[in-house]
Design a protein around this ligand. Structure first.
Ligand SMILES: [Zn+2]
Ligand SMILES: [Zn+2]
Length: 372
C-alpha cells in the first residue's frame, strides 16, 4: 500500500500512448505533495478536468494544430505537457518532478505506513481545501486507502469557509452519492473537524455530529489562552461523547519544508505562518483521552507536525489511542501520512494503538461506541 500512485498513476498508456490527463494529474499530485501552494497546482488540475472528456484523437489534432490552448483551462505549460505525452514522452515538467520526488521511507517508517488503511482528517473545497471531494477520493484510492474521512471545518471558522449545519447536511447527501459511484472496497466516511469553542463546547449541532462517522475536534481560536483555561476547554471536548479524535493538540505551526519542481529544497519561514504550541496540562489531557478512549491525532502536515515529539512520547506513556492523519487540503497532501508515520516510529507508537490501521467498519464502530 502507498506505492500505487507513486509507481503508476502517471504512466498509464492508451493504445500504446501515454495518458495526457493522467500525466497532468500526476504533476498536480507531486506539486501538492511537495507542499506547493494550491494556486500553483490549479493550472494542472484545471487542464486535466478540461481534457478529461476530450477524445485522444481530438487532443492529437489540436496538439499538432497548436489549438489546445483554445480549450478553457488549458494554458501554454499544460498544453506543452499534453503534446509531449501524446508524442509518447514523459513530459519534461513531470520528469523533473519525478526525479526529485523519490523520498524513500526508512524501514521503521515504512512499516508503520504499511499498517494504515485510511485517513481520518481531510478537507475539500467545501471548506478551505483546494479540490472537490471526488478528486480527494480518487487520489485516496490510488494511494491504496480503504477509506477517507471528509472532515471539513465548522461554521465559526469563517476564514476557512466552515460549513453551516445546512451545508453539512447537503454534503452528507453528496458523499452518499459519490460513495455509490466509487469502487467497492473504498468509501468516504462522513465527518467534521469541529472547533472547540472558548468554553469547550463544540461548534456544530449535537444531533448532526451524532450522525457523522468520525468527529475530529480541534482548537483554532484563543490559542493564547492560559494553561488552566486551555486545559479546561480541551478536557470538556475530550469528555464529550460526540468527539472521537483530538486534532493537532498544540496548534503549533512550524516552518514547512518545501521542495520546488527544480529540486531546490528550502526550509524558511513563510510570513505569519509559525505559531508556538499552546499551553495546557498535557498529562491531564492525555490521561483524559486514554480514559475516554479518544484518539490523539498525529498531524502529519509539514507545517504542523503536532504533537511535538516530547508530547507524543508522553501520550504513548499515557496509553492513548492515536490517529495518524494527513489533514490534507489537496489530493497530493494525502501522501503526507509518511511524515506522521515517521514521527510515530521515532516515538514508539505501536500501530496496534492507531485507529486508522483498522478497517472502516471497525473505526466507525469505535466512534459510535463513544456516543453510547
Ligand atoms: Zn485544524
Ligand atoms: Zn484540518
Amino acid at each position: 500500500m502507498g506505492a500505487r500512485a507513486g509507481a503508476g498513476a502517471g504512466c498509464r498508456t492508451v493504445a500504446g500512448m501515454r495518458d495526457p490527463v493522467a500525466d497532468l494529474r500526476r504533476i498536480a499530485f507531486l506539486l501538492e505533495r511537495a507542499n506547493e501552494g494550491t494556486f500553483r497546482v490549479r493550472a494542472f488540475r484545471s487542464a486535466a478536468a478540461a481534457l478529461a472528456g476530450v477524445p485522444v484523437a481530438e487532443m492529437a489534432a489540436r496538439a499538432s494544430a497548436g489549438t489546445l490552448t483554445d480549450l478553457a483551462g488549458v494554458g501554454d505549460v499544460t498544453a506543452r505537457c499534453v503534446a509531449e505525452s501524446l508524442a509518447g514522452e514523459q513530459p519534461v515538467y513531470l520528469r523533473r518532478l519525478e526525479s526529485t520526488a523519490g523520498v524513500d521511507l526508512d524501514g521503521a517508517t515504512a512499516a508503520v505506513r504499511a499498517t494504515l488503511r485510511g485517513d481520518c482528517h481531510t478537507h475539500s473545497d467545501w471548506s478551505d481545501g483546494g479540490s472537490p471531494i471526488e478528486e480527494m477520493a480518487v487520489a485516496a484510492v490510488e494511494l491504496g486507502h480503504e477509506y477517507l474521512a471528509l472532515t471539513d471545518h465548522s461554521p465559526r471558522l469563517t476564514v476557512a469557509r466552515g460549513l453551516t449545519a445546512a451545508r453539512l447536511r447537503q454534503q452528507l447527501d453528496r458523499v452518499a452519492a459519490i460513495n455509490r459511484a466509487l469502487p467497492p472496497g473504498f468509501r468516504i466516511l462522513t465527518g467534521i473537524e469541529v472547533d472547540i469553542l472558548s468554553d469547550g463546547s463544540l461548534d456544530q449541532e449535537p444531533e448532526l455530529l451524532a450522525e457523522l462517522d468520525v468527529v475530529v475536534a480541534s482548537v483554532h481560536s484563543g490559542l493564547n489562552d492560559d494553561a488552566g483555561r486551555m486545559t479546561r476547554r480541551m478536557l470538556k471536548a475530550i469528555g464529550n461523547p460526540l468527539v472521537d479524535i483530538l486534532g493537532h493538540c498544540t496548534g503549533r505551526r512550524v516552518p514547512a519544508r518545501r521542495t520546488g519542481p527544480d529540486g531546490s529544497g528550502d526550509r524558511g519561514h513563510r510570513a505569519g505562518r509559525t505559531r508556538p504550541p499552546s499551553d495546557f496540562d498535557a498529562a491531564a489531557v492525555f490521561a483524559a483521552c486514554a480514559a475516554h478512549g479518544k484518539a490523539v491525532e498525529i498531524n502529519s502536515r509539514p507545517d504542523r507536525l503536532d504533537p511535538p515529539k516530547r508530547l507524543l512520547r508522553q501520550a504513548v506513556e499515557a496509553g492513548c489511542w492515536f490517529a495518524i492523519d494527513s489533514d490534507a487540503h489537496a489530493p497530493g497532501q494525502l501522501d503526507w501520512l509518511r511524515y506522521g508515520c515517521e514521527r510515530a516510529a521515532r516515538c514508539g507508537v505501536d500501530p496496534a494503538r492507531v485507529v486508522n490501521t483498522w478497517p472502516a467498519d471497525h473505526l466507525v464502530g469505535w466512534a459510535a461506541a463513544h456516543r453510547g
